[in-house]
Every structure is written in C-alpha cells, then in structure tokens.
Design a protein around this ligand. Structure first.
Ligand code: ADP
Ligand code: MG
Length: 250
C-alpha cells in the first residue's frame, strides 16, 4: 500500500478559497491520470456537498471500520471522496484524537485506503486541533490567500503552527506553496496584495493565480467542479495550470 503526496489545504481564515482549491485541484489531478482522494475535514462539509455527495452521519475518521468502506464515488474517474460530517461531537472526538497525538489520519492513509497518488485534505477555517492533525498527517501544506485587504493578517499564527508541526516531525511536512485566489487583474488592490505576498513569501508562491470567476463560484451548486461545469472558463484553465505546477514541484 502506498500513499503519494498528501496535501493539506489550510488557512485559518474562512472564505479564502480552501474548499474551492482542494476540490478543483483534486478533480484536475484525477483528470490528469492521478489516483486522488479528497478528504473533507471541515464540519461545514462544503467539499462533500459541492461534489454532490452527502455528509456522513459519523465522520469516517472516528469510526472503527475500514475507511475504504466510507469512500464515496464522485462521478470523476480516479477521484474518491472521504465525506465530512456535520456532527459537532465527531469534530470534538477528532480534535481529541489530535490532542492525544494520535496519527489516525496518517495511519488510515497509509494502511486502509489503498494506493493513492495524491490525497488532498480540505481543512476548516481555524488553526485548531483539526487543522493541526491534518498538517501532522500531510507531506505538504498548500495555503490559499485571497487577494483582499488583510490578506496577510493573522497568517503569522498559521505559520507558527505549521512550523511547530514541522519541528515535531523533521523532514515530513514541507511548504507546498501559496495560491493567490480571487485574483482580479483590473484591480489595484489585487496587484498590491500580489506584490506584497510575493515579496514576503518569495518563490513558494505559485506562478499561477486563480482569477475571480463567477463560474468557479457557481460550479458547486451544480454539484461539479469548475473543470466539469465550465471547462473553458478562466477559472477552469487556471486550476488546470495549477495542477501542472503542483505536479511539477514534487
Ligand atoms: N476564483 C473564484 N472566483 C469566484 N468565486 C470564488 C473563487 N474561489 C472561491 N470563490 C467563492 O468564494 C467563497 C469562498 O470560497 P471557499 O473555497 O468556500 O473558501 P474557504 O473554504 O476558504 O472558506 C465561495 O462562495 C466560493 O464559491
Ligand atoms: Mg471551506
């Protein structure tokens, strides 16, 4: 059994494009021939419902059973989904596992899920225990940053948590990259934020930026990724390019 790259999509802020990026990257990688698993770790379950699946009554990561039994088909070849759960109790149990230093996610990924080339984890908008456990089980962290005012505010806390996890397990987790989302070329603000982020983070910022595109925001209500909903849209093209960049930076 082999798991390839495990990408944790995290940012403590909500609404920055985590779910959109995790979902569209997962779909793009699968379409590109990679066996891909999308794990929904957010109790809001947007990644689950956005692909037309139903949240699980109990989060598969807190059940004793094999995770393979909890996987859901997505309608996209080679892409499986581990659905999220809205249960607050489950979230607390997952968080407690994380606090106890349990490697549930990692163990499941390594043992129970078969062979995946890529696993993408959609995190909740917090730097709490769930995000921490996801980071601890991942090989890379991808951070979407929205091209808005205050884009960098609060990120130092997030980076501190990432550094903590990196220190706990040297050599395991690396910074996979920063994705600029909801980018609008016509806005001075976008250009200012992009410059600031590239100055601050340097080469870990992906060259590809994700444009603000209504097709991207409409796609989940059609239970599809933007790659299927509007394949020729600027958003779909950008996510396809981002997939190539992610694949290249192995
Ligand atoms: N590139 C984009 N263009 C337009 N709307 C977007 C884009 N990316 C995300 N959105 C919309 O912004 C909102 C927040 O995105 P989401 O991925 O759910 O963020 P998060 O998971 O970080 O909370 C959603 O309504 C989503 O459809
Ligand atoms: Mg989300």
């Amino acid at each position: 059994m082999r798991v390839g790259r495990i990408l944790c999509v995290a940012n403590q802020k909500g609404g920055v494009g985590k779910t959109t990026t995790a979902t569209n990257l997962a779909v793009g990688l699968a379409k590109g021939g990679q066996r891909t698993l999308l794990v929904d770790l957010d109790p809001q379950c947007n990644a689950t419902t956005g692909l037309g699946a139903v949240p699980a009554p109990v989060h598969p990561l807190v059940t004793e059973g094999p995770l393979s039994a909890a996987l859901v088909a997505t309608g996209v070849e080679r892409l499986a989904l581990l659905p999220g759960s809205r249960s607050v109790r489950d979230v607390e149990r997952l968080a407690a596992q994380a606090r106890a230093g349990s490697l549930v996610l990692e163990t499941h990924l390594a043992g129970g899920l078969g062979a995946w080339d890529y696993c993408l984890i959609d995190c909740p908008p917090s730097i709490g225990d769930l995000t921490r456990t996801a980071l601890a089980g991942s090989t890379e962290v991808l951070m979407p940053i929205q091209c808005e005012y205050f884009a960098l505010e609060g990120l130092s806390q997030m980076i501190e948590v990432i550094r903590d996890v990196m220190d706990e397990k040297p050599g395991r987790l690396r910074f996979g990259g920063i994705v600029l989302t909801m980018h609008d070329d016509a806005l001075d603000l976008t250009r200012e934020v992009e410059e600031e982020v590239r100055d601050f983070f340097g080469e870990i910022v992906f060259e590809t930026v994700i444009p603000r595109d209504v097709a991207v925001s409409e796609a989940p209500s059609h239970a599809r990724s933007v790659l299927d909903y509007a394949p020729r849209s600027p958003g779909a093209r950008a996510y396809t390019e981002l997939c190539m960049e992610v694949r290249d930076c192995e």
